[in-house]
Design a protein around this ligand. Structure first.
Ligand code: TYD
Length: 230
């Protein structure tokens, strides 16, 4: 059986990364198939270099929105071919911090580039690979930006004004309405432990429906062991 691509999305400060790591730890304790984590931008060696070009606040040039869009697309094309597809083909479950919806939300709704163009580019960059499930951790941007400020050293995108982040959130809202089966909205204002539990329940239901019958340690599947841990 091919693996599963499960994506975590949301604005800055929503707690995606924490929840993704907790979900990965839990899934690893429940399943014997490899559970990998990755992120965009930066899931490959090339991607890490693109990530620092994209997010470094010391960037001298003001990056043009279309240049930004193409750099995220380049990161994705590399990530899909070199990391996601080969590991999914071997049956891995991959939890990925951001994917194509980020580009629609940030470059489409945030930067206001044409949505049709971004959909086309997403299709090219992803090589047609769509997530099996997407968790959207929804949070009021005022709260998200407050959390970022407390954390210190905001990156280039995090330094954007509140109205940018509000447009991004509205973008996610529209995407969730358009893809109700795939995108699940979670209230990111919920306590982290409760949110973790909610995510576990959804994962258990969805993965059972997909044929992951048992959440026991001895659950066996055909897979090759030479996965790189991310
Ligand atoms: P990151 O530090 O990973 O932010 P977070 O921890 O909130 O995920 O930085 C990724 C940034 O890149 C984030 O601000 C969103 C932005 N981004 C886009 O604008 N478009 C994209 O396609 C992707 C993947 C990310």
């Amino acid at each position: 059986m091919a693996g599963q691509l499960i994506v975590f999305e949301g604005i800055e400060g929503a707690g995606k990364t924490t929840q993704l790591q907790r979900a990965a730890t839990w899934l690893r304790s429940q399943l014997t198939v490899p559970v990998l984590t990755s992120r965009e931008p930066g899931g490959t060696f090339l991607g890490q270099q693109l990530r620092s070009l994209l997010l470094d606040v010391r960037q001298q040039d003001e990056i043009e929105p279309r240049a930004e869009l193409l750099l995220y697309a380049a990161d994705r094309a590399q990530h899909v071919e070199q990391y996601l597809k080969p590991n999914l083909a071997q049956g891995a479950i991959i939890l990925c911090d951001r994917y194509t919806d980020s580009t629609l939300a940030y470059q489409g709704y945030g930067r206001q580039l044409e949505l049709g163009l971004i959909e086309h580019l997403n299709a090219i960059a992803s090589g047609g690979l769509t997530p099996n499930l997407t968790f959207w951790l929804d949070l009021d941007p005022e709260i998200g930006l407050q959390r970022i400020t407390e954390r210190g050293a905001p990156n280039r995108l995090e330094q954007e004004a509140l109205d940018f982040h509000q447009r991004v959130r509205e973008g996610y809202m529209t995407l969730a309405q358009n893809h109700p089966q795939r995108i699940i909205r979670l209230d990111a204002n919920t306590a982290a432990d409760d949110l973790e539990q909610e995510i576990r329940t959804i994962l258990q239901t969805r993965l059972s429906e997909t044929g992951y019958e048992s959440f026991s340690k001895n659950f066996s599947k055909n897979f090759s062991k030479n996965f790189s841990k991310n």
